[in-house]
Design a protein around this ligand. Sequence first.
Ligand SMILES: Nc1nc2c(ncn2[C@@H]2O[C@H](COP(=O)(O)OP(=O)(O)OP(=O)(O)O)[C@@H](O)[C@H]2O)c(=O)[nH]1
Length: 208
Amino acid sequence: MSSTADADVHHEVVMLLGDSGVGKTCMLMRFRDGLFLAGNFISTVGVDFRTKVVEVDETKVKLQIWDTAGQERFRSVTHAYYRDAHALLLLYDVTNKNSFDNIRAWLGEIREYAQDDVVIMLLGNKADCGSERAVRREEGERLAREYNVTFMETSAKSGQNVELAFHAIARELKYRQNGHKDPQRFNVQEYVREQSQQPATQCPPCSY
Ligand SMILES: Nc1nc2c(ncn2[C@@H]2O[C@H](COP(=O)(O)OP(=O)(O)OP(=O)(O)O)[C@@H](O)[C@H]2O)c(=O)[nH]1
């Protein structure tokens, strides 16, 4: 389980995974800095990381977020990091069917390289791109049900559900670490269902 250098702070490692171009770096920038830089797509090389502290019921949870390169040629580098991750945010791009079709392969890699009890959340990103959508929300929901992972659609551009994704992860990890076993235990899938924003605001054609 996660190490706690400071008794009052939970330290957790969250990894962003998914094909190149699905928006992993933008997701991290939106969450960490509240920014979205449109247009200039610079592919991540290897693994990059940032930290952010979030509060869960008056407890601080320090998330160390690893942004991995989606490009195939970096796979052997990124595999080495899977084992240390407590949670994985697995992204596809709702305007790119191929990135969705590759999710099963990503889940296979996760099974092979990550810890058995890793928390997995499937995110359909670029939900702001209404007119260019190639993957229906129900398809994402169905796949998530099949693998019993939490699902929501997000937009690094509009900010839709970005905070929620990281907060839900932080909450789930904190509850797990506390070994909550009572019936009132936090249910991350229910929490996300209740809290997620559905409306996909239309935007001009996406540059990517
Ligand atoms: N419309 C829209 N565009 C997005 C969104 N998220 C990312 N993009 C665009 O998608 C492109 C790729 O985003 P990145 O965050 O660099 O993708 P990545 O998954 O980190 O890619 P790799 O580093 O190669 O693995 C950029 O041009 C972004 O501007 C989003 O939510 N909505």
